[in-house]
Design a protein around this ligand. Structure first.
Ligand code: PXP
Length: 250
């Protein structure tokens, strides 16, 4: 049974603040500023995904966040030599290895740890050699969980995308059972268990209550909610700015 006093850590993913910035090529909104506010709101971790196509987070963000974030910084990245070089230069606290396809809208599934064992073993060893904690983002599949432990990962982040996108209650329950089994096996083989992808205010509770769940990484739903809890105030501030008295020289 899960321990009710155990608090699941929240990693806040600020990628989509950068998505908005990149859409206009402006300096704002800055994910660095969002990370500071997330910390003030109680985030236990800041998560960013530096994608190979640099569609949202930039290397500059990683560089500054490394110097400004007080809680652990978790870098999601593809298992490529270029990304390993970046990670070992910037030294986030944790690296989460994720599959990456340029044409995908967002990460679409877990890593194939079983099929890519050789490549991943080398990448995990290179990162651990530099003192980084390594997590693998995988589907809640027993074989993937066991192989992750064998390859030397310390954490598995279970992909919750199928659970979140389920078309019916019944299908959702089935995905939740897969997540529960994967969490139990992960704990059994000595892994820390995390989860993420697609979690929102309605579906998060059941995942947070899974046995041995240590951490959830959530981005889209928080950034979307932040827009709406702040929208009224943002309009009011603009009206105030429009009607400020003229400054000398205007
Ligand atoms: N965890 C991983 C490994 C991810 O790739 C993502 C998306 O970047 C998240 C968590 C956060 O997903 P979401 O933005 O849907 O909350």
């Amino acid at each position: 049974m899960p321990n009710p006093s155990h608090r699941v850590r929240l990693g806040v993913n600020v990628d989509h603040v950068a998505t908005l910035r990149q859409a206009r090529g402006t300096r704002y909104p800055d994910p660095v500023f969002a990370a500071a506010l997330a910390e003030q709101g109680g985030a236990d971790q800041i998560t960013i995904h530096l994608r190979e196509d640099r569609r949202h987070i930039q290397e500059r963000d990683l560089h500054i966040l490394r110097q400004t974030v007080h809680v652990p910084l978790n870098l999601e990245m593809a298992a490529t030599p270029a990304m390993v070089e970046l990670a070992t230069r910037h030294l986030p606290d944790t690296v989460t290895l994720v599959p990456e396809k340029r044409e995908e809208r967002t990460t679409e599934g877990g890593l194939d740890v079983v099929g890519q064992a050789g490549l991943l073993a080398n990448v995990i060893a290179a990162l651990r050699d530099k003192g980084l904690v390594v997590a693998l983002f995988i589907d809640p599949d027993p074989a993937q969980v066991r192989r992750s432990a064998e390859l030397g990962a310390q954490t598995v982040e279970l992909h919750t995308g199928d659970y979140c996108g389920a078309s019916s209650r019944l299908v959702q329950e089935r995905h939740l059972t897969d997540l529960r089994n994967a969490a139990l096996i992960g704990h059994d083989v000595g892994l820390r268990v995390a989860a993420g992808h697609g979690l929102d205010y309605r579906n998060v509770g059941a995942v947070a209550r899974l046995p041995h769940m240590a951490e959830l990484n959530i981005g889209h739903a928080i950034v979307a909610q932040a827009l709406f809890v702040g929208f009224r105030r943002a309009v009011r501030s603009m009206i105030e700015a429009m009607h400020q008295p003229a400054e000398l020289g205007d």
